[in-house]
Design a protein around this ligand. Structure first.
Ligand code: ZN
Length: 319
């Protein structure tokens, strides 16, 4: 059975038994402490259920379980990502899987108050990866509408504290704009790309890319080798073939994303320098930092948009 077949089988099945079987069949899969563990599933098995420990996934809660969560200033972490080609060796759900796993591990580690992982938003603004098999994009307007409405719905359910954790570069500017727009509606969110949590360490601990997170390069591949090694095709790795038209000094101001222009093979970075150990280390630190943010957000009195006199009724046409 090819690794591709194994991955497809895995996606179709959601039990720990199936995951373990596929993992064992995948000849090129790297083994790591982040893989399937005996006795149940760990965060790596998205979108499977998580039978171990307490419930943290919004999607798995019953209607009757929500009121109790609302009693102690809960925080909702909303993972946002993308489905797009990530080079020949990585799964296309890379950009949603990392924020999802970060959110789940963070939520599971906090016991003092409720932390809920919002429904993972796998739809991203990623037209520039079209042309690489597996990519599914939505239009910018669609992305903004979907993420905004999900946040509005979470707020309407009584959850006042929402942290959007994004895993895709093309979503960064839209998510920031969404957060600014929602503030006008008195939905005061926090939002961040996950790599900002560990920006410096991605540079300091890198042995090849000296940056983060790349695209199927050192860090993204390391995350997957730690979280879901059975989905990484080690034998198909290729170094990114970056071919930007500008010098680094000008490049940072260019907004011409077209993956095939940026990289001849769709990858950016060096997956050969990736390891499960690197993935575990950077993932652990990101969880630690996200945990601190969640705790402070929970403990800080709610902000309200109109507290300082901004009257949303004065200029209704601006809303
Ligand atoms: Zn990515």
């Amino acid at each position: 059975m090819s690794n591709e077949d194994s991955s497809r089988r895995h996606f179709m099945k959601t039990t720990a038994v199936a995951a373990a079987a596929v993992s064992a069949q995948s000849s090129s899969a790297a083994q790591s402490p982040g893989g399937v563990e005996s006795g149940g599933m760990r965060a790596g098995q998205w979108p499977a259920s998580r039978p171990l420990g307490k419930k943290v996934l919004w999607n798995e809660l019953a209607r009757s379980e929500f009121p109790a969560l609302l009693e102690n200033d809960p925080v909702v972490i909303l993972p946002i990502g993308s489905l797009e080609q990530h080079g020949p060796h990585c799964p296309v759900d890379m950009d949603i899987s990392i924020p999802y796993h970060l959110a789940a591990a963070t939520a599971e580690g906090i016991d003092d108050f409720p932390v809920v992982v919002g429904p993972p938003v796998w739809t991203g603004f990623t037209h520039y990866n079209m042309g690489g098999y597996g990519t599914i994009t939505v239009r910018l307007e669609t992305f903004i509408a979907v993420v905004s409405d999900i946040c509005r719905s979470i707020k309407a359910n009584g959850f006042d504290r929402i942290i959007m954790v994004n895993g895709h570069g093309g979503n960064v500017a839209p998510v920031t704009a969404i957060a600014n727009k929602l503030a006008q509606e008195d939905i005061m969110t926090l939002s961040l790309p996950y790599w900002n949590l560990v920006d410096q360490e991605m540079k300091d601990w890198s042995t090849a890319d000296l940056r983060g997170p790349g695209h199927g390069g050192e860090w993204e591949t390391s995350f997957q080798m730690y979280l879901r090694p059975h989905l990484v095709h080690m034998d198909r790795r290729e170094a990114g073939q970056v071919r930007w038209p500008y010098s680094p000094a000008v490049r940072k101001y260019a907004h011409v994303p077209e993956r095939r222009r940026e990289s001849a093979n769709g990858s950016m970075g060096d997956p050969f320098s990736a390891s499960a150990e690197k993935g575990e280390r950077i993932f652990g630190l990101a969880v630690e930092r996200l945990t601190a943010i969640v705790k402070e957000f929970h403990a800080t009195p709610l902000m309200h948009y109109e507290e300082f006199g901004s009257d949303t009724k004065v200029l209704p046409s601006l809303f």
